[in-house]
Design a protein around this ligand. Structure first.
Ligand SMILES: [Zn+2]
Length: 531
């Protein structure tokens, strides 16, 4: 049986760019567009030509992608002709495969916000669609506030959708702009729309204000819609847009959808989706959501011992899909609650096979328990756990020694009369027989220490050149009688691998130093640096 084609429309670069604190540069936008193209989405909505210099230069030239580059903008203004509207002209001049217009479909908004008549709004939709079609563009119409508009005045909301469809728009997209519509309402309303307009011309654009943007997208598909709009990692203003990183694996891996629909994302591309999700967070310089469905670090993590032994025997017992399908991996958390089988399984996964009766196993379990009582968190710090295990099993070379370090924080008035705080670190390291001293300034003491530590490791320098710190988290804990600081550091390298290390101390610099050291040593082990 042939499957029906379902289309994916990504708006990370347009609606996603509305997110608080997100500012894409042109280079960011081009990098994300390429990533989306490789993933296999059908449309990349890249921005608003004419609205700002970045979007204008993005649309100034053809971008050779398989996906259709889409320009977004408003329909012609009320009371003007299509040929006499500078906004529309800029949109039509954009080097884009498709144009997505946004228009009001709630009569209340037409009256109050647009201050025009219901009929003039329909005429504006028709004229704009025709003008873009005449320029040879594929046309989409985003019906803003469609669901609220439909609840208030069904015939008018439908008339807006029909106006676009009748004028030749390829897609009429129903937007839940305020994000408050619930799945059963979406299913009912989209079903009614699809009796007027064929479902293979209808799209859904859901926002996540009740945390159901993904569910709403699927509700629309069940009711007949054949285009889903969303963003990477659900990026978007307020609570975000529908998350394509959750939608794509569901479409590919869940029978109900996989058997009925075909999408442009290949199995191989699906295997890259965890990396894509990660790459977006890296680019935005924010920590990845560990609990993200499918792609989060914890999405396939198991803690309890009995589950762990079952997982090793038969993964399907506790996993809804095989993690490798989405480029993720199974993780057995090692913590003071874990049993032997958990530990053995995790050691096996990292390539340290030990016999069940090996006495070192009990020593390792005891060490984990002892250190977790002090505040270490090995289930969050996979790399520190691996080093602890390797050390106990006698497999970590002593690459270098830090003989001493000195970190200095100074606040003073500079030459311009401004109060500034400057941090400086000096580190003395011994590599082989060689003593090396490095100094660095940083925007804080930990940053200075990190820079000094990684400045010169002699013969090991080339192994750590691609090492980068991607996240730094601090928590004050009450372990035992006094407060201690736990530092978790996330690092990444040139292979795109990520790992987390931990340090604990009453002193934040010391805790940071432990975590930094673990990260560097882990990288040396990982890179196979010679002892
Ligand atoms: Zn939106």
């Amino acid at each position: 049986m042939s499957r029906e084609r379902l289309y994916l429309f990504d708006t990370t670069l347009r609606d996603g760019a509305q997110t608080n604190g997100v500012d894409f540069t042109l280079a960011d936008k081009l990098a994300i567009a390429c990533m989306l193209d490789e993933l296999g989405v059908d449309y990349v909505e890249a921005g608003y030509p004419g609205a700002n210099p970045i979007d204008t230069s993005l649309f100034a030239e053809r971008r050779p992608l398989r996906a259709k580059i889409t320009a977004f903008g408003m329909t012609r203004r009320p009371g003007r002709s299509a040929s006499n509207d500078p906004g529309l002209a800029a949109l039509l001049a954009a080097e884009a495969d498709a144009v997505c217009f946004v228009a009001k479909s709630w009569d209340y908004h037409v009256r109050v916000a647009l201050e025009t008549s219901a009929e003039e709004n329909l005429a504006s939709i028709r004229d704009s669609v025709c003008a873009a079609k005449a320029k040879g563009r594929e046309v989409l119409l985003d019906c803003e506030h469609f669901f609220d508009g439909y609840k208030a005045n069904p015939p008018y909301a439908l008339a807006c959708a029909r106006a676009a469809y009748d004028a030749g728009a390829r897609w009429v997209v129903l937007c839940d702009t305020n994000g408050g519509t619930l799945p059963h309402e979406v299913e009912k309303i989209v079903g009614e729309v699809c009796r007027q307009i064929p479902g293979d011309r209808v799209g859904i654009h859901a926002h996540n204000d009740t945390e159901q943007a993904v569910a709403n997208s699927f509700a629309a598909v069940r009711a007949g819609a054949r285009q889903i709009q969303g963003t990477l990692n659900g990026l978007g203003e307020r609570c975000g847009n529908a998350n394509l990183v959750s939608i794509i694996p569901t479409l590919k891996l869940k029978g109900e959808y996989a058997e009925r629909f075909e999408i442009g994302v290949s199995d191989a591309a699906l295997g890259q989706i965890a990396r894509v999700s990660r790459a977006l967070d890296d680019l935005l310089n924010r920590a990845a959501n560990r609990h993200a469905p499918y792609v989060g670090e914890s999405a396939f993590a198991t803690k309890a011992g009995i589950h762990a032994s079952a997982i090793m025997k038969e993964p399907a017992t506790y996993e809804h899909i095989a993690p490798e399908r989405v480029g993720n991996k199974r993780k057995l958390l090692v913590s003071d609650q874990s049993g032997r089988s958990n530990l053995i399984a995790e050691l096996e996964r990292i390539g340290l096979a030990v016999d069940r009766d090996d006495p070192r196993l009990s020593r390792l379990l005891d060490a984990v328990k002892e250190r977790e009582a002090l505040g270490y968190a090995y289930e969050s710090a996979d790399a520190s756990f691996e080093l602890l295990a390797r050390r106990l099993l006698g497999k970590v070379p002593r690459y270098f020694d830090v003989e001493k370090f000195d970190v200095n924080v100074e606040q003073r008035i500079n030459a311009k009369g401004e109060r500034v705080t400057v941090s400086m670190a000096v580190v003395k390291v011994k590599v082989g027989g060689e003593a090396l001293i490095s100094a660095a300034e940083g925007n804080g003491p930990v940053n200075a220490l990190d820079l000094a530590l990684r400045k010169d490791l002699g013969k090991y320098q080339s192994y750590i050149a691609g090492l980068e710190l991607t996240d730094y988290r601090v928590r004050i804990l009450n372990a035992g009688t006094e407060a201690v600081t736990r530092v978790l550091i996330e690092s990444a390298d040139e292979d795109g691998d990520h790992w987390t290390t931990v340090g604990v101390s009453a002193n934040i610099i010391d805790a940071s130093f432990q975590a930094l050291m673990d990260s560097i040593v882990y990288k040396l082990v990982k890179s196979g640096a010679p002892a």
